[in-house]
Design a protein around this ligand. Structure first.
Ligand SMILES: [Zn+2]
Length: 209
């Protein structure tokens, strides 16, 4: 993002991080089934090395759970506007309250390969670092959240922010938030913390039921 005041934005998160998870096993989507087709019965239980402990299919690629011990949920998806950003040399801009969640920056993983090996999985984890999201070039999005609800809200907010940015560019140019505005908005969002996440998640879930 541009740095309007010459200061570097601090790594804003709208709510405090939880302590590192002690979880050793995760449920993951199997490879070969689309998100809309997956039911709970399809999910695979894997350990931190990606070994399948329950289920008889292959897991969907490598996920950065070992590198991100605060993450209780990791989402990988290919939303249209985010994929367009990932296929461009454009920068992510602070255009709305959705953007503010990512004011600490976004990761970028510079390969278009499918993440099918441990080495590529490590590359994604490195690109993500301690950030909430990373985009994979010519591919899509990876989000790490401290809960399923948080990860979903982050993924939807990121896609919406990029869509707003793209529309603003088409309307004649982006008027980015100033650093002070970003920090004010973040403070207000942070004050509502998990209640805000829960409310947004409920609203999103009601649309798909
Ligand atoms: Zn993908």
């Amino acid at each position: 993002m541009p740095d309007p005041g010459g200061r570097r934005p601090r790594a804003l998160r709208p709510w405090p991080r939880k302590r590192p998870s002690r979880r050793e096993r995760y449920w993951v989507k199997p490879s070969g089934k689309r998100l809309g087709e997956v039911t709970a019965a399809d999910l695979l239980l894997v350990d931190l090395d990606g070994r399948v402990l329950a289920g008889d299919r292959e897991p969907h690629g490598e996920l950065p759970y070992r590198a991100r011990r605060d993450a209780e949920a990791v989402i990988h998806t290919h939303p249209f506007h985010t994929a367009a950003l990932a296929a461009s040399t454009g920068q992510f801009e602070m255009v709305s309250q959705d953007s503010v969640l990512f004011a600490g920056g976004i990761g970028r993983f510079d390969t278009a390969q499918l993440i099918l090996t441990r080495e590529l999985g490590r590359g994604v984890a490195e690109a993500l670092g301690n950030l909430a999201v990373a985009i994979l070039r010519n591919h899509g999005l990876v989000v790490a959240g401290t809960s399923i609800e948080e990860a979903v809200v982050l993924a939807v907010s990121f896609e919406r922010s990029v869509a707003t940015q793209l529309a603003a560019e088409q309307l004649g140019g982006v008027a980015s938030l100033s650093l002070d505005e970003v920090e004010d908005l973040a403070q207000s969002i942070r004050a509502r913390g998990q209640r805000r996440i829960a409310g947004l998640y409920r609203a999103l879930a009601s649309r798909v039921q």
